[in-house]
Design a protein around this ligand. Structure first.
Ligand SMILES: [Zn+2]
Length: 369
């Protein structure tokens, strides 16, 4: 059979399946029920899912990063037919990697967001089955269909991959450094600011149109995150599972709505602006948390709530803990309104900011730096 080379949407549904494997997760507190996604990719939650995975899948192409593969390799069983360590994320590099992928393999993404994104791209381009094994909970890339490609300075989303299964192995995620788990709240907490931004834009008659279901879900995700926060801090199975289930349903909803307006707004624009201004980045989830705390401090919308969730989850948020200087935050804030407007980002509170000394003082106090 001739090899497949995909472009555009695959039309594959496969994006809405129940949990495939995994008993009720153990919680740290009695009575914590946990969050179960109503929609999303097939996902399994259990101990030891990585053990013998290579034996079960047969011929594999593992896409990973050195630190992640160092954790998984000894458990994997049958060695992969090919092993690819991720590098550049521009389309030319990814397409070359897809072309050189062997025939008849299952693509297995092992690691963080970058490994997931590259594995998705190869699976989609070559029409190869995909299994995702995230080794940290701080990104939702295992539950989204598109890959984030670097296009010069910008990030562009393309592709359409649906995994056969996402394997959430408690043995691996619970053993990761605490910050890698607690940073995972960023892309859920972002609903708090994103929903306010969406409401602002709709009030001004700016797309995408309001969607009651999407808006209510966004509020539900923040509440579920608040409930899960102490479990995330305790790194319990229930905390890990609830966090990943939130990512699972949010990933499904982005695809279902056709946009991520309920989950991505000024807090992400703050993060992108920080990267553009400073020429560096920190862990995505923590940078987004910084964006949420900053934007809510400036708008007065939900700051106390955001702060209490961040503290309860044990997520690092002071500038010193994050290794971020106040001058970097100040430069980001001064650039942010023009960055958001000129970059063509969705209309948000970031577009309307005026940054003077009192705004800077407000943020400085809110960040404790
Ligand atoms: Zn994000």
């Amino acid at each position: 059979m001739a090899e497949q080379w995909r472009t555009g949407r695959t039309g594959r549904d496969g994006g809405d399946r129940p949990i495939t494997r995994g008993d009720r997760a153990v919680s740290a507190r009695a009575g914590y029920a946990g969050f179960d996604a109503a929609h999303g990719f097939p996902a399994a939650y259990a101990h030891g899912l990585a053990r013998g995975l290579g034996d079960r899948l047969g011929a594999t192409l593992v896409v990973s990063q050195p630190e992640a593969w160092a954790i998984v390799e000894s458990r994997f069983g049958t060695a992969p037919r090919a092993l690819l360590m991720t590098g550049g994320l521009d389309q030319a590099t990814l397409d070359a990697q897809a072309r050189s992928a062997p025939e008849g393999v299952t693509v297995v993404g092992v690691g963080g967001g970058t490994a997931m994104d590259v594995a998705k791209w190869i699976s989609w381009r070559r029409d190869l089955p995909l299994v995702q094994l995230p080794t940290l909970a701080s990104v939702d890339a295992c539950f989204t269909r598109m890959s984030a490609l670097r296009d010069g300075e910008r990030v562009r989303y393309d592709g359409d991959a649906v995994p056969d299964e996402v394997l959430v192995d408690f043995e691996i995620l619970a053993a990761a450094p605490p910050a890698l788990l607690s940073a995972g709240i960023g892309d859920v907490l972002s609903c708090l600011t994103a929903l306010a931004d969406w409401r602002l834009a709709v009030g001004k008659g700016i797309d995408p149109a309001w969607d009651d279901d999407g808006a209510r879900a966004s509020e539900r995700y923040v509440q579920a995150l608040a409930d899960a926060a102490p479990e995330i801090a305790a790194r319990s199975e229930a905390g890990i599972r609830s966090l990943m289930e939130l990512h699972r349903e949010i990933g499904w909803r982005c695809h279902d709505l056709g946009h991520a307006r309920f989950e991505e707004g000024s807090e992400h624009f703050f993060a992108y602006c920080f990267e553009a201004v400073t020429g560096r980045t920190i862990m995505h989830g923590e940078l987004v948390v910084l964006g949420v705390l900053t934007m809510t401090a400036l708008t007065g919308l939900g700051h106390e709530r955001a702060r209490s969730i961040v503290d309860a989850a044990g997520t690092r948020s002071t500038l010193s803990a994050l290794g971020v200087s106040w001058s970097e935050v100040e430069a980001t804030l001064r650039a942010l309104p023009a960055f958001a407007r000129d970059g063509g980002y969705w209309y948000s509170y970031a577009h309307e900011l005026t940054i003077g000394s009192s705004e800077l003082e407000t943020v400085r106090r809110a960040l404790g730096g």
